[in-house]
Design a protein. Structure first.
Length: 272
């Protein structure tokens, strides 16, 4: 890119599509593009209608696309090919365009698996996953593959749970979720995310039911109820920013066919 105006006619474009986009992905990818001296740019797009998102997916010239809610499950059938994890989960968050073919991946699965593995918790821990959407399913398969044995899911829409074809997963009614003690609570709903959902509380945890770990997937730079609750009660906490960071690194590697060096990772200036 030396002596060239950037961006230019050869710049490769990477995008994200969400109803309520943030800048976390753009910050991470554009930082890595600069570090690796790649003539690339990443742009987050606010796309409110599914038909518009489909048009962008099919007609816009891009090399990679990150998908957020509600597109993770709805665009599964738009793909020409799915990687093994995306196929079993039934949800994608990463699209690679290769020779005009769309290939779907799920890096949410990778992030959840890596982050939970680092906690070194007993496989007998009792886990509650809140939500049954695309992210929740990615997390579910990660805890299954990590060999956790006691897994519960709770959602306001039981029909979504019924469509998840996994044995030995227990369903807990949404109105009952506050009444039982769990070792690990995973919030895979949008409740607590920045914007209009920032002050929404996905679960009320009593002092006698304190968990060992809260894994809170909604991204909120200012922090939300669960983060403050975890800090106050000295509970281990994994933020949505940290999860977004892990899935974004994997995404970058898929997009650019590059394994990110561990020394580079230490340079990334993102507040987790």
């Amino acid at each position: 890119m030396k002596n060239l105006i950037w961006p230019n006619k050869d710049t490769k474009v990477f995008i994200s599509m969400a109803i309520n986009p943030g800048n976390t992905g753009a910050t991470l990818h554009n930082f890595l593009f600069k570090i690796y001296k790649l003539n690339n740019i990443y742009l987050p797009l606010r796309v409110k209608k599914i038909q518009h998102a489909k048009q962008i997916l099919k007609n816009f010239i891009f090399q990679g696309c990150s998908l957020s809610m509600p597109y993770k499950e709805k665009f599964l059938n738009e793909m020409d090919k799915l990687d093994i994890n995306a196929k079993k989960i039934g949800s994608i968050n990463t699209v690679l365009k290769n020779n005009n073919k769309l290939i779907g991946f799920n890096t949410d699965y990778y992030a959840a698996k890596e982050l939970l593995k680092k906690q070194k918790l007993s496989k007998n821990c009792k886990i509650l996953i809140l939500g049954c959407g695309g992210v929740a399913k990615a997390v579910l398969y990660s805890v299954i593959d990590l060999k956790f044995k006691k897994i519960f899911m709770s959602s306001r829409n039981k029909n979504k749970f019924n469509k998840i074809n996994v044995k030995k997963i227990n369903y807990l009614r949404w109105q009952d979720k506050d009444q039982i003690k769990f070792d690990i609570i995973i919030n895979a709903t949008p409740l607590g995310m920045f914007g209009t959902l920032a002050n929404k509380v996905p679960i009320n945890i009593s002092k006698k039911h304190l968990p060992k770990l809260i894994y809170d997937l909604p991204v909120n730079h200012k922090g939300n109820f669960l983060k403050k609750f975890a800090k106050k009660n000295k509970i281990r906490y994994i933020s949505g920013l940290e999860s977004s960071y892990y899935q974004g690194i994997k995404q970058f590697e898929i997009y650019n066919n590059i394994k990110v060096n561990s020394k580079i990772l230490k340079k990334i200036n993102i507040s987790l």
